[in-house]
Design a binder for this molecule. Structure first.
Ligand code: FAD
Ligand code: NA7
Length: 541
């Protein structure tokens, strides 16, 4: 059992979250560095995203061989999967295996929500308070709260009068039975696409309430044979090297060929091959290099998908309603025969942009036109208050009592996607202005940087580290500049906070890829942390 090194503190570090980020933090800081760590999660066990999202069809859209940690050769060789993508039960089993292998669970207190984190100027410690009424103190605070974790449920008139069952995909209970039921799904993002395609074959009737039509390419979730898996396991050194120096970290080489200058035949050939191969990020980044940056290239990709919708969907009015009118610049989606679902006799598409939801009634949903949809179950696939959602839910206070809610009132800010001014020794995993990639490799990258930084602090006997305002501002400006070089800001989605009513539009990601991101953060470390202030109170005294 570890003893606390920090004088006057209960623990050296508090970790919040038991997902990929939190688990690895406990491993690095406790198992490797011998710090005394206390960790919390409001969930009943490990898993994070994969603990909460148990809806039918829940699946990674990162391929199985790279939706995992890279740090342990032992874990990599033990990896088991059957298909190209991982189902939620497989990922949850994997997270449990990680926790068991490294004895991580004993540092966690589950079913415990952290309600407040206050930095004490006098002691230089974090005071972490939970919904159980207890407060612990620690020198370091590592938050792995998840960037797609605070669920968003729209408020509808009459919602309390609905007598059926209401479920959010991101908080899915055990034992839900949809077979034969009249099911309504609100939302057609990544999650909606998965839950819709999984529910259509089992529901008595499925009504999809679609606000924005989406570009959805096939996922291509084929079985994977043992030989392919063995080959991937044998090549992990090269695979991770490629992943960590790539852009989106999805385990394929991004294209270097522009669509802008490709002939129509060449575009058709490449898009068709990608359609057959499957994968949302592959379709956007593996086909041509300019789909996310050139309007011409983007139109070409969008037109290809629109043509597919017309070919697949038999009823012309439904096909039209399913056809996106905006550009192709949200998180790229993929699904299992998504558009085909709408050819089924038991599926109805309700276009709630044309005819918005007016209210919930006791028996279902009434649209503004007066049309009524009778439902036994309503599934909210309405997404998350992304990136800062779980941060502003907590009462977070830094130096002088400054609150995070106040600092981030015009949008969340972060230095290197991990730190914020006036919040010393706070390290946010997937915090604002971090990388936009397949996430486990980015999470590992950040946790390793955090652990190295803490090791440096302990080695030098330093008390506090925080970024300068100039460095933070420069990073935020850089993220804005990079985002503006892409088409992403032109589409309304959670990537810029557009999905939450009243949320200010802000740049929340570093979009120059994991390779550049790793170089940038390692330059700060290797350069001796010139952009940081150490032991600020002592410096000014
Ligand atoms: P999470 O796994 O979200 O864990 C955060 C944890 O913090 C949660 O367990 C939560 O309960 C806890 N927590 C938050 N606030 C508090 C508090 N105040 N007190 C106590 N506990 C708290 N990413 C990909 O790269 N590829 C994919 O294919 C992919 N598919 C996804 C599919 C779905 C349905 C969703 C929702 C997300 C998907 N993601 C995917 C993103 C996914 O969230 C990340 O890949 C990764 O799991 C994030 O890990 P994390 O540890 O940062 O956060
Ligand atoms: P998303 O991508 O934010 O999708 C949410 C969906 O819900 C989207 O279709 C929204 O329509 C719709 N929505 C949201 N609010 C409403 C209201 N009030 N009325 C009708 N429809 C609404 O969330 P996901 O969970 O699918 O995916 C998030 C990420 O998690 C994903 O990228 C994966 O990484 C996992 P809109 O498009 O805003 O018109």
């Amino acid at each position: 059992v570890e003893t606390t090194k920090t004088k006057g503190a209960d623990f050296d570090a508090v970790v919040i979250g038991a997902g990929f980020g939190g688990l690895y933090s406990v491993y690095k800081l406790r198992n490797e560095q011998g710090l005394n760590v206390k960790a919390f999660d409001r969930a009943g066990d490990v898993g994070g995203t994969w603990y909460w999202n148990r809806y039918p069809g829940a699946l990674s859209d990162t391929e199985s061989f790279v939706y995992r940690y890279s740090f342990s050769g032992e874990l990599l060789q033990k990896g088991r999967w059957k298909t190209r993508y991982l189902t939620q039960p497989e990922i949850l089993a994997y997270m449990n295996e990680v926790a068991d292998t490294y004895d991580l669970r004993r540092s966690f207190q589950f079913n415990t929500r952290v309600t407040a984190t206050h930095f004490n100027d006098e002691t230089g410690l974090w005071h972490v308070t939970t919904d159980k009424g207890e407060t612990v103190t620690a020198k370091y605070l590592i938050t792995g709260l998840g960037l797609l974790s605070a669920t968003n449920t729209p408020k509808y008139k009459g919602i309390d009068s609905f007598k059926g069952q209401m479920l959010h995909t991101g908080n899915w209970p055990e034992g839900v039975e949809l077979k034969g039921k009249r099911v309504g799904v609100i939302g057609t993002g990544s999650t909606g696409v998965q839950v819709i395609t999984a529910t259509a074959p089992i529901a008595g009737h499925l009504t999809v309430f679609q606000r924005s039509p989406q570009y959805v390419v096939p996922i291509g979730n084929t079985p994977q044979d043992e030989a392919t898996i063995a080959q991937q396991k044998a090549n992990y050194d090269d695979i991770w090297k490629q992943v960590k120096s790539s852009v989106v970290a999805f385990g394929f080489e991004e294209s270097t060929v522009p669509a802008e200058t490709a002939s129509p035949e060449e575009r058709e050939r490449v898009f068709e091959a990608a359609w057959q191969r499957g994968g949302g990020f592959y379709f956007m980044f593996g086909t041509f290099c300019d789909i996310a940056t050139s309007q011409i290239a983007n139109d070409a990709a969008a037109d290809f998908i629109k043509k597919k919708i017309k070919e697949i969907v038999k009823d012309p009015a439904t096909a039209k309603a399913l056809t996106p009118r905006d550009i192709y610049a949200k998180r790229p989606l993929c699904g299992n025969n998504y558009y085909e679902v709408y050819n089924r006799p038991n599926v109805t598409l309700a276009d709630v942009k044309a005819d918005p939801i007016a209210e919930f009634t006791a028996t279902g949903i009434r649209l503004e036109s007066g049309a009524e949809h009778e439902l036994d179950v309503v599934i909210f696939a309405t997404g998350f208050d992304a990136v800062d959602g779980n941060y502003v839910k907590m009462d977070m206070r830094g130096r002088g009592g400054v609150t995070m809610r106040d600092k981030w009132k015009d949008g969340p800010l972060g230095y290197l996607g991990m730190m914020e001014t006036d919040f010393p020794n706070l390290f946010m995993i997937l915090g604002p202005n971090g990388p936009f990639t397949n996430l486990p490799p980015s999470i590992e990258t950040q946790v390793e940087w955090i652990a190295d930084t803490i090791e440096m602090m302990e080695g030098k006997g330093l008390k506090a580290i925080e970024p300068t305002e100039a460095a933070r501002d420069e990073w935020v400006t850089l993220c804005r500049t990079i985002a503006d070089m892409t088409l992403f800001p032109k589409a309304e989605s959670w990537i810029f906070g557009a999905n939450i009513p009243g949320k200010k539009n802000a740049v929340m990601f570093y979009m120059a890829g994991i390779g550049n991101y790793r170089n940038a953060i390692n330059a700060v470390k290797d350069g001796g942390y010139q952009t940081m202030i150490f032991d600020r109170e002592m410096a000014s005294a």
